[in-house]
Write a new protein. Structure first.
Lengths: 317, 580, 80
């Protein structure tokens, strides 16, 4: 009879293989330690992540995904300066899998590091742990030369949802890099403050359409009636993607006064935009828009027709 | 390895969970958490680390009911409509109420869901009314995270044992007979409660590629749950409501609705025109798909080449990395670039799978089957359209209820003769010197399923199928031959597949109306609400063949207005439009 | 024996130079849902994983979980 149950072996026994001369045997020991899911394996894996063989180190970095806490985080951070890019990549991925806020203890001291790869990975790792202490170093990292670092820093700040971070996010919303600006605009969504609204409205005039799109979308979250005029301006944007988000946000804000401006947009030959316009006209329920909707009751796009039917039903009710 | 050994072991446990894919691990975890003293055993014919439908991961939740985006009432209503009204809402409603808690629990396991720049869930829209799609950017780690939890909870895991029959006694479940897939040694597990999470019957129809394992479902999901429930005497509901999906031709993997749909992709005909209103998978949608192909307007395609570069790269990232990573290789091999070409689609082979339709072992809102102590959850249980999150959530319900059930009962006694009879049945193909190998029994069964059971359903064809199946069964019982334990596993699967084929034919013949679009399109019959607004329940009859009865649909918890009922009938783009 | 020997090309290939089955590794064999991989021992005693049964769902755990990157999953010829 072969063994019936999966075993729960003694960790020290499993770890013996780590002392073998052959890297293959050491890799097998790492795999067994990972499968144990026993936190007692962490110190052994922390040792293996400094193994002489890159294959063992990579396996250990992957294995640590199965664990959490400061000791795990410290081992992963140490691997971020490995000589082998595959080890660094594995450690960076494992860092983003941490859940235990205490794991942040091992990451926080490294948030002042200047190495681009290491700092990006540390910021990405601390983001979901939502440690308030990360705010200051993340804010400082907004001055880092690498846009990749700045994007991660914005992520950390956005997840913390702290009004005190608004000046930092406002600054990032004016960053030289388009992806940093786009991320910062989306991160402002949590705030209902005038400062956030001002930054978002300013971003509606950003030279890059994807930033304007993010601003138009985010205004539905943090905006109020004072944003309606700016969103109505955005209905004239040269990019339909921006117009679409502006329409959606005006619907969410219940901007009935914009209904007659949105209604003629049904004539624009972009089905996605017509679909959104029809849905929003239904939400705003302004009787005068009925003729515009009726015109598209037999639109060539089924989603448009569906939304038109729904909108006409809502206005009638 | 694979050499046939003689052996029989018996073990006892409080709760036996069969199937370590999605529902099973969650059931085991919940039962153990509720009653830490309970001896919970999780058994799988593969290895729990990578078994089941989500072996390689999942790209997102299709049916998350998250406060602020959808309500349990709205969800229950939509699923009822999508399922043509034949739905006991209690189970759907309970799922809708509790699945958000399961999402949060999965999140705490390390299975991450897409969040926005403030760390809030980033839900997308696909269904008709509500918003239910929640992408999973690291969905490839689902099984790993589950396995970690099982190990932490010190669940007893048994890999590479295949359950072949339930044991029953005193009117309730008593355990299961299992066989090792690499040695043919037997294991009898006595249990006070048994939870089945054995997945879909995915190897029922034959894929058009002709490759036995090129199925839509994980090919290890060959329908044991359905067959074991049937032989144990449990009721199975609405088996005529087949699973048929719109897939990428030949690759046979999912194409569109939930990933590409929210980003602007859609199903188009040869001219690149849309012809269906909503890409949400339903029988009505499949009927339109079928009609388009029959009407000479095919091939049917997934159209992405009108989308922006950023959108296409994001779709590629999700589709090629998570769930079925070989999809990227497939397109690369054929030189298909989403930016330039449309992707050819086709209609999948038939199967049973409540994940996407409604056929399955009948269960209530506690995942209880019609046999006391026996539970079923996930793709094999009849909670409609429940997908991965439904498997997790209903698996949790099963584990919680079973933990209570075992508190009040001892082991049910069973007839030892049952074990002996099962041993004889299982080992018969090993006792012959030559004969028909299991792959040929399986191929023939599944080829016949395609020939005679694939909708549209014709009475005379289905009756012919029943005759042919009887002949194959005779060959299987008298002449199937295996050379090692691995082949014996395939032989047992062939037997399961044949049972499922019999059930598919019998259930389809019983419901003398058309319903669920293509899933149960009987060309001789129209829809008949007067006589068939009911579940059909299939059981094993006295004569050992399928028996049938009707069962009332329970009064709705959430009322459906008259004008909402037809939301899924009118799927086709209007004629005036299609002509343009 | 009435059974024929019909040749079939298999979708999963293993790079012998990278495979560490010698060290007791059975990761790919363990994770395959269809249990189609085995370890072969050659005459000189060296071991390597190989696809014994052509019953592949091309799902990839064997390739993804192999610690040395020795396993490649191709699409079965019939459907590629």
């Amino acid at each position: 009879m072969s063994a019936l149950f999966e075993e729960f072996d003694d960790i020290a026994d499993l770890a013996e293989g780590l002392d073998d001369a052959d890297p293959g045997t050491r890799i097998m020991a790492v795999i067994d330690l990972a499968d144990s899911a026993d936190p007692a394996a962490i110190p052994y894996l922390a040792r293996a992540i400094a193994d002489a063989d890159a294959g063992v180190r990579k396996q250990a970095a992957q294995a640590l995904t199965d664990f959490d806490g400061p000791e795990t985080a410290a081992a992963l951070v140490s691997a971020l300066t490995d000589s082998d890019p595959a080890v660094i990549a594995a450690a960076a991925t494992s860092l983003t899998e941490l859940k235990d806020p205490a794991a942040g203890d091992a990451i926080l001291p490294h948030l002042g590091d200047t190495d681009e790869t290491k700092l990006s990975a540390c910021l990405a790792g601390i983001k979901e742990l939502r440690r308030p202490e990360a705010m200051a170093p993340a804010t400082a990292a907004l001055a880092h030369a690498a846009p990749g670092v700045r994007i991660q820093a914005v992520g950390v700040i956005g997840w913390l949802q702290d009004e005190a971070a608004l000046p930092a996010l406002q600054g990032a919303a004016a960053d030289a890099d388009v992806q940093v600006r786009r991320t910062a605009i989306a991160a402002l969504g949590f705030s209902k403050s005038q400062a956030a609204r001002t930054a978002l409205i300013a971003a509606l005039s950003d030279p890059e359409w994807i930033v304007r799109e993010a601003a138009a979308e985010t205004l539905a979250k943090s905006g109020d009636a004072s944003c309606i005029a700016a969103l109505r301006n955005a209905l004239e944007d040269e990019y339909w993607q921006v117009r679409l988000k502006a329409v959606r946000s005006l619907g969410k804000l219940g901007a009935a006064e914009a209904a007659l401006q949105i209604a003629p947009m049904m004539d624009i030959p972009v089905p996605n935009l017509r679909k959104e316009c029809a849905a929003v006209l239904g939400e705003l329920a302004v009787v005068e828009t009925v003729p515009f909707l009726e015109k598209y009751a037999d639109d060539t796009d089924p989603d448009v027709r569906k939304n038109v039917r729904w909108a006409l039903g809502r206005i009638a009710a | 390895m694979d050499e046939i050994l003689d052996g029989l072991t018996q073990i006892d446990c409080d709760i036996l969970v069969i199937g370590g894919g999605t529902a099973g691990p969650m059931a085991a975890l919940k039962a153990k958490k509720k009653n830490p003293n309970a001896n919970v055993v999780l058994l799988d014919k593969a290895n729990v680390k990578r078994s089941g439908a989500i072996s390689m991961g999942m790209d997102g939740l299709n049916n998350s009911v998250i406060p602020g985006y959808a309500t349990p009432e709205q969800y229950t209503k939509e699923i009822t409509i999508a399922n043509d009204g034949i739905c006991d809402q209690a189970a759907v409603y309970r799922y809708a109420q509790e699945c958000y808690g399961i999402i949060q629990e999965l999140d705490s396991f390390g299975i991450r869901f897409q969040k926005d720049q403030n760390g809030e869930y980033d839900v997308k829209k696909v269904h008709h009314i509500g918003t239910y799609v929640l992408p999973m950017p690291n969905g490839d780690t689902v099984k790993k995270a589950l396995y970690r939890q099982l190990r932490k909870a010190r669940i007893n895991i048994i890999n590479r044992y295949m359950a072949t029959r339930m044991l029953t006694g005193e009117g309730r479940v008593a355990g299961a007979v299992c066989v090792n897939t690499r040695s043919a040694e037997f294991l009898v597990v006595r249990a006070k409660a048994v939870i089945m999470g054995l997945g879909a019957a995915g190897r029922l129809g034959l894929p058009t590629s002709g490759y036995l394992y090129g199925t839509y479902e994980n090919a290890s999901n060959s329908g044991e749950g359905y067959a074991m429930a049937y032989h144990a005497g449990a009721g199975l509901a609405n088996l005529e409501c087949y699973q048929i999906n719109p897939l990428i031709k030949d690759y046979n993997g999912p194409a569109c609705a939930y990933v590409a749909g929210p980003m602007g992709g859609y199903t188009a005909n040869a001219k690149g025109e849309r012809f269906i209103e909503c890409d949400y998978w339903s029988g009505q949608m499949m009927q339109e798909f079928f009609d388009e192909l029959q009407g000479g307007k095919g091939p049917v395609y997934l159209k992405l080449n009108h989308l922006a570069e950023e959108t296409i790269s994001e779709i590629e990232r999700v589709l090629h990395i998570v769930e079925r990573p070989t999809r990227g290789h497939f397109h690369a091999g054929r030189g298909t670039d989403y930016r330039k070409q449309m992707i050819e689609m086709h209609i999948s082979e038939i199967g049973f799978c409540s994940g996407h339709s409604a056929s399955g072992v009948f269960v209530d809102e506690h995942a209880r089957t019609t046999i006391p102590g026996l539970y079923a959850a996930g793709d094999m249980a009849n909670v409609p359209h429940n997908y991965m999150l439904g498997a997790f959530t209903n698996g949790a319900f099963a584990g919680l209820d079973a933990a209570d059930f075992i508190a009040d009962v001892d082991y049910a006694s069973f007839d030892a003769g049952e074990v002996e009879a099962e041993r004889t049945r299982v080992l018969a193909p090993t006792k012959r010197d030559d004969g028909i190998p299991p792959n040929q029994i399986e191929y023939k069964t599944r080829r016949l399923v395609n020939d005679y059971l694939q909708p549209p359903k014709v009475t005379a064809k289905m009756e012919l199928a029943q005759k042919r199946f009887e002949e194959v069964r005779e060959d299987m019982e008298q002449g199937m031959y295996v050379r090692d334990a691995h082949e014996l596993m395939r032989a047992l699967e062939a037997s399961t597949i044949l049972d499922c084929a019999d059930m598919a034919a019998a259930a389809s013949l019983y419901r003398t109306e058309s319903r669920w679009g293509l899933y149960h399109n009987r060309v001789e019959y129209d829809r008949d609400d007067e006589n068939w607004f009911c579940h059909t329940i299939l059981t094993k009859g006295e004569d050992g063949k399928p028996a049938h009865r009707k069962q009332d649909v329970k009064p709705y918890v959430v009322e459906i207005a008259e004008d909402e009922k037809d939301a899924y009938y009118k799927q086709r783009v209007g004629a005036s439009v299609a002509a343009e | 024996m009435p059974l024929a020997q019909t040749a079939t090309t298999v979708p999963v290939t293993v790079n012998d130079d990278l495979c560490i089955a010698d060290k007791g590794c059975t990761v790919c064999v363990d994770v395959c849902p269809l249990d189609v991989l085995r370890i072969a021992e050659s005459e000189d005693g060296s071991k390597t994983a190989y696809m014994k049964y052509d019953e592949c769902w091309y799902c990839m755990p064997c390739e993804a979980d192999c610690p040395t990157g020795a396993v490649t999953v191709n699409l079965p010829y019939l459907l590629k």
